[in-house]
Design a protein around this ligand. Structure first.
Ligand SMILES: Nc1ncnc2c1ncn2[C@@H]1O[C@H](COP(=O)(O)OP(=O)(O)OP(=O)(O)O)[C@@H](O)[C@H]1O
Ligand SMILES: [Mg+2]
Length: 362
């Protein structure tokens, strides 16, 4: 539940024949929110976005936008605008003509129209390229044209389907920051579809993680990363060392567990958790394990041997075998202190904070 919902998705399912692309999805998106739909290929992100836009009709359920049921409205009668993955800009028209295209049906006077196009181009920093033909633009510039063309319509909701996926990594990261800044400046509700977890984490106020047509978790980036509700969510958003732990006691909100190498800990019980055979899946993120150098001491440590090492520039991933654990630990350490020089085979001690352990539903 959010205070002032702009979009209310209420028990939406979408069948293609017998295939269920959306399975009883309910979700509120707040006015002015930067909201992301995140999930692997085929999980139903585009289907949900197209249903909000009106390009697809749910088999059952309702979608309200700004308090009104939109389910029977065609796309052009909804207060939404969509930026498609392939941009769909007209190559033979110049930038201004592309951006102004949708305004034609509003029959504004020429000065108004010019001003709105000018504003939209300014918002995406393309004012200097107004006369350039669309086919003479770079990928990043084309992406901005597509964005300006949607913004110029002044929608209440902007729907973006993988808008940055065609750009190279560097440009994509720049555009992420820009898009986020732009959204805060214009105050329009943005719904972004992405399968890139870093993109979702960096840009969103909240994220819905989807698998197989269902929503697995809706939360802020930090909450989703630090307290994933399920194993699948944890795995999709970065690395996680999973372990089985014996449940020693359980309350409505907490689990006390006995682990083989991480001691006895009491941790928050995730929503939807049920124990199997008295066991719980717990985990710790690779960056929450820190290398202990020389005589350094920590309240909580585990000891093992380095069995593999992968260099990533700013960080090194160490694979550490710890006797008694089902699987070696994955450790991510910054390269300030020489983690990139630790030889394979070396003994190693790792510090951790028990607060970094999380329990997840399977
Ligand atoms: N018109 C259609 N007819 C039949 N099945 C469809 C149709 N459109 C989508 N699907 C199926 O519905 C599922 C969800 O598709 P959707 O396009 O929403 O996935 P997505 O999460 O956007 O994936 P991607 O990240 O690959 O774009 C997929 O399994 C897809 O094959
Ligand atoms: Mg898609």
């Amino acid at each position: 539940m959010v205070d002032t919902p702009m979009i209310e998705i209420d028990a939406v399912s979408r069948y293609y024949g017998i295939y269920r692309a959306l399975d009883d999805v309910s979700l509120d998106i707040a006015a002015g929110e930067f909201f992301s739909l995140l999930g692997p290929s085929g999980c139903g992100k585009t289907t949900l976005l197209r249903s909000i836009a009106g390009f697809d009709t749910p088999t059952s359920g309702d979608i309200r936008i700004d308090g009104q049921s939109a389910i029977d409205l065609p796309p052009n009668r909804r207060p939404t605008n969509m930026v498609f993955q392939n941009y769909a800009i007209f190559p033979h028209l110049n930038v201004e003509e592309n951006v102004g295209y949708g305004l034609k049906r509003l029959k504004l006077d020429a000065a108004d129209e010019r001003q709105r196009v000018g504003n939209a181009l300014e918002q995406v920093r393309l004012s200097h390229l107004g006369k350039r033909k669309a086919h003479e633009l770079s990928g990043g510039q084309r992406q901005r044209v597509a964005l300006a063309r949607a913004l110029v319509m002044r929608p209440k909701v902007l729907l973006l389907d993988e808008p940055l996926s065609a750009l190279d990594k560097k440009l994509r990261e720049e555009m992420q920051v820009e898009l986020r800044t732009l959204q805060k400046a214009v105050g329009i509700t943005f719904v972004l579809v992405t399968h890139d977890q870093y993109e979702a984490l960096a840009m969103s106020d909240r994220i819905a993680v989807m698998f197989g047509g269902k929503i697995a978790q809706v939360a802020t980036p930090k909450e989703i990363y630090q307290h994933p509700l399920t194993r699948q969510v944890a795995d999709f958003l970065g690395g996680m060392n999973f372990m089985q732990a014996k449940i020693t006691s359980e309350s409505a909100v907490n689990l006390s567990v006995e682990t083989t190498r991480f001691g006895n800990v009491t941790i928050a019980k995730p929503k939807g958790f049920t124990a199997t055979n008295g066991l719980a899946t717990i985990g710790i993120r690779p960056e929450r394990l820190r290398v202990l150098w020389d005589d350094a001491k920590a309240d909580c440590e585990v000891t093992g041997h380095v069995v593999d090492r992968h260099y990533f520039g700013e960080i090194t991933h160490l694979i550490v075998d710890v006797p008694g654990l089902e699987k070696p630990l994955s450790v991510s350490e910054t390269n300030n202190f020489g983690a990139d020089d630790i030889p394979v085979g070396a003994p190693i001690r790792l510090a951790y904070d028990p607060d970094a352990l999380v329990a997840m539903a399977d």
